[in-house]
Design a protein around this ligand. Structure first.
Ligand SMILES: [Cu+2]
Length: 252
């Protein structure tokens, strides 16, 4: 499982300011940057507040400074207004750069052309009440998505009935499944294992049970499995001899 343990990993495709890599890595970097900035802002704000509270604490009526009196308006040319302008200016720079950086990063995540250029493997995803069906380029259909590790998988997602949302939380994948439309998304699974697919759009009574598995296999293992589905032709019915995890695919 890819957790938040590795904050801001900078290996592989990380180049320049905008992070590259799998979706999980990209979202971890966004999380890391926001976490660091959040900590920084907290430390500065709380620290300055405590410092000010101490500096201007109530003494014995003796003050080293000239405290404002009730009803006195702040004047524009004091030391304080410079500080106010500086802090406002700095905050604006931080917020604007953060917005631009996040936007650039998300553009990379959503960019179809980067994915297509990388010799991605294509799988169609069809959602229906209440299951997911995966269709491979050779016509093989399954209710389990099998993919090789480390390879870009491009998904074309649609639905046969109502709105669904296809999502694999651990791989940071989520996209709408809309009848009559196709939405594209992609992911790269770095580690072998089984990941859970869920529906993220309340679509009816069986919504909570609308799950499936993504099985990430070693490349050779995947190759031989996929060749096996190839031999048996491109029939569109259940192919139980090649996939023992097939479930019922038909809904009413
Ligand atoms: Cu659903």
């Amino acid at each position: 499982m890819v957790g938040f343990g590795r904050l801001v990993p900078l290996h592989d495709g990380a180049s320049g300011l905008i992070p590259r890599g799998t979706r999980a890595e990209v979202f971890e970097q966004i999380f890391g940057v926001f976490l660091l900035l959040g900590i920084l802002v907290t430390v500065v704000v709380i620290g300055y507040m405590l410092f000010t509270a101490y500096k201007y604490r109530d003494g014995n009526g003796t003050h080293e400074f000239d405290p404002p009196t009730l009803g006195e308006l702040p004047t524009g040319d004091s030391h304080g207004s410079k500080k106010l302008r500086l802090s406002f200016f700095l905050s604006a720079i931080i917020v604007v750069s953060l917005v631009l950086w996040t936007y650039g990063t998300l553009l990379y995540v959503e960019d179809d052309t980067t994915v297509e250029a990388k010799d991605a493997m294509q799988v169609e995803v069809v959602g229906s009440q209440f299951n997911w069906k995966f269709v491979y380029p050779n016509g093989h259909e399954s209710t389990t998505l099998r993919v090789p590790e480390g390879k870009t998988v491009q998904l074309t997602v649609t639905s046969t009935d109502v709105f669904h949302t296809f999502g694999v939380p651990e791989l940071r994948v989520k996209t709408d499944a809309i009848p009559g439309q196709q939405t594209d998304t992609w992911f790269i699974a770095d580690e072998t294992g089984t990941y859970e697919v869920r529906c993220f759009e309340l679509c009816g009574a069986g919504h909570s049970y609308m799950t499936a598995d993504v099985v990430v296999m070693e490349r050779d293992e995947y190759r031989s499995w996929y060749d096996g589905t190839n031999e048996s032709g491109s029939d569109s019915t259940n192919n139980t001899s090649n996939n023992s995890t097939n479930r019922t695919e038909n809904s009413s």
